[in-house]
Design a protein around this ligand. Structure first.
Ligand code: SAJ
Length: 417
């Protein structure tokens, strides 16, 4: 097969927050998509047209493509013309990337190949990861090559996702995409596949530059949030309202400071900058420091709440929001969840009322913590001595602030100023 052959069947490996929307928009664009996931419960719910997490607009598209037979899910990697690998890339204890999920996906794809397939890595990954994925596959199938235009060619490319949770269905289609092939031909093939659903510009480069570009975007944001978080710490010590400070400074035509909060969460911004640091520890001092500043915020918030709780015999704290940001149910790497868990641990004579409108049960981190419960907003505020606002979810924005009178309020997002 040569790169000009249309890629009609696509295997999407990993049906999480990125893989499932990608599978859905590809199917909507007319491809036959077979999704693969290790979780039977996800496979079952997807085959029933149901999204196993909260993402605006996804369920309608998924239900449609499943009903039309364009998308199905299974545990086994299928034969396909193209594969998209969208699996987690966590970091290990020393902040080096853990590529084991990519390796497992590659091991699943290797036996299914017959030559000419495109294998796209979408997962955010450290420089060199796409070459590594290619090596795992070529080691398993030495009869193939990554040299293009031969009967036994395979094509490897990196197309990092850049969508914002909560806006995935819009950004997946509208955002520009960086596409980095291990060869030019692989990038072109990847571009042709993504042109089927992406209206944004498709920018071709090599695999390592694409890997670095994605990490750079998130490190840029992390450094800028760290600036805001550092300001929030200094401002508090100076007796200055950081929200007013930032608002005023942002009136300067060339100043645009982001917003401080209880820390930086999610599986992207709190993780990806470490991949740059681990690639070049000596020269990534600013990026590493930004990570440290942002990671220091949850502990400072915790200490502040504990300081206020000292005044009460059996303090009750309403922890408003444990998702990693507004209006989503994603609790991964969430600083507010960590704060709520630590509060439950530290307030042995107290109670933590967790208010998270986007979940139905507390996550496993609260298992065995008898002093923590999931509560409704009004009920929690009424019962609590201390109101700790950690996420700017819409229901908190719209909340009747008269109910906060006579409560100790710690507003880490500046929502109720
Ligand atoms: N945050 C602040 N202050 C701010 C902005 C964000 O404290 O001013 C916090 C949020 O509360 C959250 C964290 O930062 O805890 C990250 O939130 P986010 O909205 O900045 O980003 P993510 O993680 O949802 O998505 C990012 C996006 N990257 C960039 O904006 C450069 C998205 O485009 C990427 O696709 C995504 O990472 C990813 O998957 O890499």
């Amino acid at each position: 097969m040569s790169p000009s052959v249309p890629l009609e069947t696509v295997g999407v490996i990993g049906l999480g927050y990125i893989g499932l929307p990608t599978a859905a928009v590809l199917a909507q664009a007319g491809k036959r998509v077979i999704g693969v996931d290790v979780k039977q419960s996800s496979v079952d719910s997807i085959n029933a047209g149901e999204v196993p997490f909260v993402e605006e607009g996804l369920e309608a598209v998924l239900a449609g493509v499943v009903a039309q037979g364009k998308l199905s899910a299974q545990l086994e990697t299928p034969e396909a013309d193209a594969y998209i690998v969208s699996v987690p890339t966590p970091f290990k204890g020393d902040h080096d990337a853990d590529l084991s999920y990519i390796e497992a996906a590659a091991a699943g794809i290797a036996p299914k190949l017959s030559g000419g397939e495109l294998i796209v890595l979408e997962s955010t990954a450290p420089p060199g990861a796409t070459e590594h994925m290619a090596k795992v596959i070529l080691d398993a199938r030495p009869e193939f090559t990554d040299e293009p235009n031969l009967p036994n060619s395979l094509y490897f490319s990196h197309a990092p996702e850049r969508v914002l949770p909560g806006r995935i269905m819009i950004e997946m289609v509208d955002n520009d995409r960086i596409i980095g092939g291990t060869t030019r031909e692989a990038a072109v093939l990847n571009r042709d596949l993504y042109a089927s659903f992406c209206r944004g510009e498709l920018l071709l480069t090599d695999a390592k530059t694409a890997e670095m570009a994605k990490l750079t975007e998130n490190a840029f944001r992390d450094v800028n949030i760290a600036f805001a978080n550092e300001l929030s710490i200094i401002a508090e010590r100076q007796g200055v309202d950081v929200w007013e400070l930032i608002e005023l400074a942002n009136h300067h035509p060339r100043v645009n400071i982001l917003q401080p909060g209880p820390g930086v969460g999610g599986h992207c911004i709190a993780v990806d900058p470490w991949f740059i640091v681990s690639a070049d520890r000596e020269f990534s001092k600013l990026i590493a420091t930004a990570r440290t500043v942002n990671d220091s915020k949850p502990e400072l918030v915790l200490e502040k709440v504990l300081g206020r709780a000292d005044r009460f015999k059996n303090p009750t704290v309403a922890a408003l929001g444990i998702a990693f940001k507004a209006n989503i149910d994603d609790l991964r790497e969430s600083p507010s969840k960590d704060i709520a868990v630590s509060l439950a641990d530290r307030l042995t004579d107290g109670t933590v009322l967790v208010v998270e409108p986007n979940i139905e049960t507390l996550p496993h981190e609260f298992d065995g913590k008898a002093n923590a419960e999931l509560a409704e907003l009004d009920d929690a505020v009424e019962r609590a001595d201390i109101i700790l606002l950690m996420v700017d979810h819409d229901p908190f924005k719209e909340f009747d602030r008269d109910m906060l009178q006579e409560k100790v309020v710690i507003d880490t997002k500046g929502l109720w100023r």
